[in-house]
Design a binder for this molecule. Structure first.
Ligand code: TXA
Ligand code: MG
Length: 353
């Protein structure tokens, strides 16, 4: 087991000496978790194949699912991509730094393991002073998947990173909670029209406004698992975001939604399960049984995105067996929230009508 060093830094003006300690570890092939505006990432030098391999091992991540490569400036994209189409230039100008990942044709400078043998690379520039300082000081593009064990909810606090990876990585830069709470939107620009492979912190509506024509990969809003066979984003086919508890998502309009949640809670309680209810500010008062957690407000879907993963982890800490989760509208950040919830549930979706 390694000793994992905890480096606490201010999110806006990080102590550069601590960032340099972390950057030195990255340059030497080590693994450092760091905050981004979305979730905590686990960084390794993207140009160092054995460092990236160690990253897969620390996370127990399947080798066919490549992490996102992080850069600290638009110019650096050319270090990892061999083609930067005009649409990419326009999107980078508008959305970077920020929660938008672009899939581009890869550069040959990247080791195969960094892109899991694909001909493309997913790249983004995060909107977080600590992440940007770390990448700059490391002097290399930084491969960084979310800093959780594969399959678990992504970490939005350094505490979550340690719960999953303490002793398996070299250091964690702790700058408090992340602002967005769900991962970046992954947009494939190697196809026409561009295709969203994973909904995330940049709303689909915002991309539509800029690109005009952009489509959602069918798996994004799927209500059942994507069929086996070749999928374009390897991450789509793996189990994801799942707490230890079993999750059931209830979808529909209020007030039918509340009625159905209460029915399910009563059913699971009767069967002797410890039940959690994941609900919203508008509905929290309607639930009297089980461990009730309000995840945010329906009038601000961003608030729900921000605390979704932490709430799933809290239910586990409280030993809940079943989580009955309210669905939210598939608009704005709601699309990312629902994609995570449906996948966390293994597509156990109940419609309230
Ligand atoms: O917000 C985020 O994106 C966070 C923070 C740390 O930046 N990172 C993150 O990385 O979520 P990760 O590795 O957990 O998720 C990367 C996603 C996966 O779904 C993966 O399959 C997809 O991006 N991906 C990576 N490279 C790809 C490629 N070349 N083509 C298609 N999809 C790709
Ligand atoms: Mg992940």
């Amino acid at each position: 087991m390694k000793k994992t060093v905890l480096l606490k830094v201010d999110p806006e003006t990080p102590d550069i000496e601590k960032v340099r300690v972390a950057a030195r570890l990255i340059r030497r092939g080590g693994l450092v978790a760091f905050p981004t505006e979305t979730v905590y990432g686990l960084g390794a030098d993207a140009l160092n194949g054995s460092a990236v391999l160690a990253l897969f091992e620390a996370k127990k991540r399947p080798l066919d699912n490549p992490p996102i490569v992080h850069v600290c400036g638009v110019e650096d994209v050319r270090r990892v991509a061999r083609e930067v189409p005009p649409k990419a230039e326009a999107l980078m100008k508008l959305f970077w730094p920020g929660p938008l990942t672009l899939v581009l044709k890869r550069s040959r400078a990247l080791p195969d393991v960094t892109v899991a043998g694909l001909d493309t690379v997913a790249v983004r520039m995060p909107r977080h002073e600590v992440a940007l300082a770390l990448i700059r000081e490391s002097g290399c593009p930084v491969s960084a998947p979310s800093a959780n064990l594969a399959g678990r909810p992504s970490p939005t606090l350094a505490r979550h990173v340690l719960d999953d990876l303490n002793g398996r990585i070299d250091a964690v830069l702790d700058a408090g909670p992340t602002a967005v709470g769900v991962e970046s939107t992954v947009l494939d620009l190697t196809v026409d029209p561009p295709e969203v492979l994973r909904p995330g912190g940049t709303p689909f509506e915002a991309l539509k406004e800029v690109l005009g024509c952009v489509v959602l990969n069918p798996a994004v809003s799927a209500e059942k698992p994507v069929p086996a066979g070749p999928v374009r984003s390897p991450g789509l086919k793996h189990k994801h975001y799942a707490p230890d508890a079993c999750v059931v998502v209830v979808e529909g309009e209020l007030p039918a939604l509340v009625k159905k949640v209460n029915e399910l809670v009563a059913y699971y309680v009767r069967r002797g399960s410890k039940v959690g209810v994941l609900c919203t500010a508008e509905t929290a008062g309607s639930y009297k049984t089980g461990v009730v957690k309000c995840v945010g407000s329906r009038s601000d879907l961003g608030s729900i995105a921000r605390s979704l993963f932490a709430s799933l982890r809290e239910f586990d800490m409280e030993g809940v067996d079943v989580i009955v989760a309210e669905g939210v509208p598939l608009e704005g950040l709601g699309l990312a929230v629902m994609n995570r919830l449906r996948r966390a549930s293994g597509y156990k979706i109940v419609k309230a009508i």
